[in-house]
Each structure stands twice: as structure tokens, then as C-alpha cells.
Ligand binder design. Structure first.
Ligand code: PMP
Ligand code: GLU
Length: 398
């Protein structure tokens, strides 16, 4: 039997995608599963975007494009960054990839190596940990606190910086907590990062999904020094319900962007030509479907938060963005369901799926096993049903 490379042995599959696959398999078997697992908008891709893709096929836009993306898409991204984020980039500083996950992978690969330390703020999105490890760098985890809205404080950050610290990943709005950093908070962190010359990957994939008065700010927009240290990551998956189209992008100092494009030229080459054409329409066309989706997400968030908060033993901070709730379930740990002991969030998530047929992601996937992540990217009707089931099951835990 051929041995796998060490690199492959160490990789664990994406837990969010695994739970989604399990839930979908149960649904295919005829089980009535409520899926709060995966973070994927339940809305369809808006029609005007689909039409542009159909036209792209008909016009023969079915060939290789430049590796880092078409001029039309790069220009649309440059304009978007300018208008939405007050960021000025040249098209040569933009690299379009097969999803933001791919953009992140490229960024970690060209920036990090053995001997480097990368600061990872927990709770963190599942793929950061594996992508950091794949470079040979060491993830240095900072456990953020619910009382701080799961945001790192300048002091917590300073304590973990060493002369090996190469990079920090900031994800605002955050998956899984929904935490959103204010401009002041980013400026305070930015001062420390500039002082130590630490690179920043700023994952802004949920930037459009912010609620109430919350505003998304890109750390790169705060100063020239910060922009020079930052790789901004974004994409069309979440804002335009385009998860399957696989288009993400990075904006970075030219040297970094060129390295990312060169790396990509030996792996996937360009992202799909048709999806690129559709993404131009997403960025440049009407934003009305996005506003409608956002309005619906806001209603669901409020409802789900109210339901969760009414369950004895659960507490949940109000997220400013994304489409997740992240309740603290620690008071259930050590208790039993019909003689079955709950050792951690993983056991509770398994019970919820197996007994109540509700898919959720245990916090352990995000580096904190006292929590569950519930995605509200599913219809209000299913949310009502799912919350009833969760409430009933938790009432049986003694
Ligand atoms: N970053 C975060 C925080 C995410 O939740 C996701 C979800 N898939 C991604 C990046 C990747 O998005 P995609 O590859 O679909 O563009
Ligand atoms: N980002 C989504 C989530 O966290 C999609 C799944 C994934 O890409 O891992 O559920």
C-alpha cells in the first residue's frame, strides 16, 4: 500500500461540508431534516446574473481567460473596492480564483512557510487552521471572549506576538460568531500590526451581510501602511447567492498578487470563464436582490435569537453580521439525554441530528467546544420547525 505524504495525512475534511453532506444524505433517504448546518444562502442566484452566464456561453466565452481573471471582472472588482471600501487598487493587484476559499489558500501559500507563526483568532472558520498547517507555519490561537463580542483586544493580540509572527487572519463579519469589528477596533489592532510589520489576511466575504446600524470596514482602508500589509479577500458566494459558481478574489500589494497568480497558473489556471462573466453582472448590476435577501436574513436572525434566548441554559450574543448564531451550550455539558452523557458540543450536535433531525455544527470545528453554530440561511418556516425541535430535545436533557 502506498503511503500518503505527511501533508495529506494531517488534513481533516471540512466539518461544515461533512455535516452538510450527512444532512443531505438523510434528506435523500426521506428524513425530514432541518439543515442549520452549512453556511450557504438558500436564495437562488438572481435571474439577471444567470442570464449573463447563458449569454456568455452563447457568445463563446468558453475558453481560457487570463489566469488572474478577465479584464472586465478585474475592473468591476477595482470599482467595487473603490466605491464600497474606499480602497484604490490597480487591476494588476487583483487575482480572481475559484472561490474565496481558493483565494485564501493562495494567499497563505505565498506568504507563510515553516518557522512562521500565524495568529488565528478563535472561534475561527474551519478552513483557516488547515490552510495554515498546509504551509508548514504554526497556528497561534488566541481565544476571544463572548463578553468582547468574540473580538480580540489589543492586549490579547500583543501578548501573542513574537519575532516569528508573520501574519494574522481577521474575518469580519465573522463566521461563526457574526462579530463585526468597528473602525476604532481595527485601528487599535492595526497600530500594533504596523509596528511589528505583521501581514494581514482580511477575509471580508460576509461584508454585505450586516444588520441594524452595523457597518463593515476594511482594515486595509485605514492607512497606506495597513493597505501595504493586507491581502483583502472577498467573493460573490454569499452576497449574491452564488456559492456553486466558485468565484472569489484577492486584492493585494502587487508583489503578493503576482505570486498568487503565478501559483494559480500551475494549479487551476483561470476560474471558470462563464462564472467570471456572471460575476461582472453581480457586481455591476442591480443590488436589489441583495437588499431583499438581507431583509429576510435580518428577520430570521431576530426570530432565532429570540427563540434561543428563551431556552433555559442557553445564551447567545447578538451577531452584527453573517448568517450564523453561536449559542453557548456549556451548561448542557456533563448532563444526560436518556442516559446518554453529553461530553461536549459534538455530542449535542450528534443528538440533535440523530434524534431531532436538526443539523448544526459543533463549536469544536471552530476551536471552541462550548458552542453550537446555527446557520439561519434557511426558510423561516424551517427555522420555526427546527427551533421547536431543538427546544423539545434540550428540555429532555437533565
Ligand atoms: N471565508 C469564510 C469565513 C467563509 O465562511 C467561507 C464560506 N464558504 C469562505 C471564506 C469561502 O467562500 P467561497 O469559497 O464559497 O467563496
Ligand atoms: N463557509 C460555509 C460554512 O462555513 C460553507 C462551507 C465551507 O466552505 O466550509 O458553512
Amino acid at each position: 500500500m502506498i503511503n500518503l505524504a505527511d501533508r495529506a495525512v494531517g488534513i481533516s475534511p471540512s466539518p461544515t461540508l461533512s455535516i452538510d453532506a450527512k444532512a443531505k444524505k438523510m434528506i435523500a433517504e426521506g428524513k425530514n431534516v432541518v439543515n442549520f448546518g452549512v453556511g450557504e444562502p438558500d436564495f437562488d442566484t438572481p435571474n439577471h446574473i444567470k442570464q449573463v452566464a447563458i449569454e456568455a456561453i452563447e457568445k463563446g466565452m468558453t475558453k481560457y481567460t487570463p489566469v488572474a481573471g478577465t479584464e472586465a471582472l478585474k475592473n468591476a472588482i477595482v470599482n467595487k473596492l473603490k466605491n464600497d471600501n474606499e480602497l484604490e487598487y490597480q487591476p494588476a493587484q487583483i487575482v480572481v480564483s475559484a472561490g474565496a476559499k481558493h483565494s485564501l489558500y493562495n494567499a497563505f501559500q505565498v506568504l507563510c512557510q515553516e518557522g512562521d507563526e500565524v495568529i488565528l483568532l478563535a472561534p475561527y472558520w474551519v478552513s483557516y487552521m488547515e490552510q495554515i498547517k498546509l504551509t508548514g507555519a504554526v497556528p497561534v490561537v488566541i481565544q476571544t471572549k463572548a463578553v468582547n463580542g468574540f473580538k480580540v483586544t489589543p492586549q490579547e493580540l500583543t501578548e501573542k506576538i513574537t519575532d516569528r509572527t508573520k501574519l494574522i487572519i481577521i474575518n469580519s463579519p465573522s463566521n461563526p460568531t457574526g462579530g463585526v469589528y468597528s473602525g476604532e477596533e481595527l485601528a487599535a489592532l492595526g497600530q500594533i500590526l504596523v509596528k511589528h510589520g505583521i501581514a494581514i489576511i482580511s477575509d471580508e466575504i460576509y461584508e454585505k451581510l450586516v444588520y441594524d446600524e452595523v457597518k463593515h470596514i476594511s482594515i486595509a482602508s485605514l492607512s497606506k501602511e495597513l493597505k501595504d500589509l493586507t491581502v483583502v479577500i472577498n467573493g460573490v458566494s454569499k452576497a449574491y447567492a452564488m456559492t456553486g459558481w466558485r468565484i472569489g478574489y484577492a486584492a493585494a500589494p502587487q508583489k503578493i498578487a503576482k505570486a498568487m497568480a503565478d501559483l494559480q497558473s500551475h494549479s487551476t489556471s483561470n476560474p471558470t470563464s462563464i462564472a467570471q462573466a456572471a460575476s461582472v453582472a453581480a457586481l455591476e448590476g442591480t443590488q436589489k436582490p441583495l437588499w431583499e435577501m438581507l431583509e429576510e436574513f435580518a428577520k430570521r436572525r431576530n426570530y432565532m435569537l429570540e427563540r434561543l434566548s428563551s431556552i433555559p441554559g442557553l445564551s447567545c450574543t447578538k451577531p452584527g453580521g453573517a448568517f450564523y448564531l453561536f449559542p453557548d451550550i456549556s451548561s448542557f455539558i456533563g448532563l444526560e439525554y436518556k442516559g446518554q452523557k453529553i461530553e461536549g458540543a459534538k455530542d449535542l450536535a450528534d443528538l440533535l441530528l440523530d434524534v431531532a433531525h436538526v443539523a448544526v455544527v459543533p463549536g469544536v470545528a471552530f476551536g471552541d467546544d462550548n458552542y453550537l453554530r446555527l446557520s439561519y440561511a434557511t426558510s423561516m418556516e424551517r427555522i420555526v420547525e427546527g427551533m421547536d425541535r431543538i427546544q423539545n430535545l434540550l428540555a429532555e436533557i437533565k
